[in-house]
Write a protein that binds this ligand. Structure first.
Ligand code: SAM
Length: 286
């Protein structure tokens, strides 16, 4: 049986500021494909001209994504190779393209993603915040109530949280973080990554607000907010070993004597042990 050979969709990340950040492979794909689907024709033309690449461009932005996806699927079904690019960074990540991807899966069209720039990941890598576990939340909602509800729902999120934010809303968003999460939560603002005025600054939320308010230049341009995850308060910061000793000793001695002897055996402060014992008694842990 003759099987129809379909084309391929390449997801091609582009620089988030510094044009040198494009990969050799991305340039080769942009040159070799039959068509480039771009979020903004003028923007992508500037990129292509910079690398002496001539290729056919077709507009696919959030306004025409639904209809344009059908059009692109037809071209892919005919065997064309198409590159998808956005204005900056990795397409799909808060950029158009997810409808097209879903349709590619539906029609069994091959998708090849290229690795490359992404503002969220670049900022996270330099934030100094623990980043083995993180959640990406895209843009904070523009409506105050929705934004506050979302932030409140993330109050006890233990993973690092990443938001994209605009310079117009950053001050209000930081105020809302202070109100809904915690004024002492550590946050980092990454600004204009890979560009001339790149800056990465971290502080407790209330100090961050003060720092931003001191100088408008500190929040000009493109911004990312990274919030340290919630740290669960430790119920009992003395080891199980210490408590096991205490419980054994307690069978033979008074509370006071047991605390004293246990603290001497484990070389720890008798006052801290006493406080923990009382707290754990109150919490019915021992
Ligand atoms: N797809 C892109 C990516 O992979 O990063 C994100 C597109 S989203 C529409 C644009 C937002 O990303 C900006 O509003 C800003 O929050 C963030 N961003 C993009 N470039 C940035 C940069 N150079 N420095 C800081 N933030 C940036």
């Amino acid at each position: 049986m003759n099987q129809l050979k379909t084309g391929t969709l390449y997801i091609v990340p582009t620089p988030i500021g510094n044009l040198s950040d494009i990969t050799n492979r991305a340039l080769k794909i942009l040159k070799d494909v039959d068509l480039i689907a771009a979020e903004n024709i003028r923007h992508t033309n500037i990129l292509l001209q910079n690398f002496n690449i001539k290729n056919q461009l077709i507009l696919m932005n959030k306004d025409n994504e639904k209809t344009q996806s059908d059009n692109l699927i037809n071209k892919l079904k005919q065997g064309n190779k198409i590159a998808l690019v956005s204005n900056a960074g990795t397409p799909i990540i808060n950029d158009p393209g997810s409808i097209l991807i879903a349709k590619c899966y539906f029609f069994h069209i091959k998708i090849i993603p290229l690795p490359g720039p992404c503002a969220a990941i670049t900022a996270l890598s330099a934030s100094g915040i623990k980043n083995n576990r993180f959640c990406y939340e895209g843009f904070l909602p523009s409506k105050k109530k929705t934004r506050c509800d979302l932030l409140f729902s993330l109050k006890e999120e233990t993973r690092t949280i990443i938001f994209y934010e605009s310079k117009y809303r950053i001050l209000q968003s930081i105020r809302d973080i202070i109100e809904q999460i915690d004024k002492n939560r550590h946050i980092v603002i990454a600004r204009e990554i890979t560009k001339k005025w790149e800056s990465i600054y971290g502080a407790k939320a209330h100090l961050m607000l003060k720092w931003l308010q001191e100088d408008k230049n500190r929040y000009r341009g493109e911004l990312i907010i990274i919030i340290d995850g919630f740290k669960k308060p430790q119920k009992n910061n003395l080891s199980k070993k210490v408590f096991d000793t205490f419980l054994k000793v307690k069978n033979f001695l008074s509370l006071k004597q047991s605390v004293l002897l246990t603290s001497q055996i484990h070389k720890i402060s008798k006052n801290i042990l006493y406080q923990q014992v009382i707290k754990n008694k109150d919490d019915k842990i021992i």
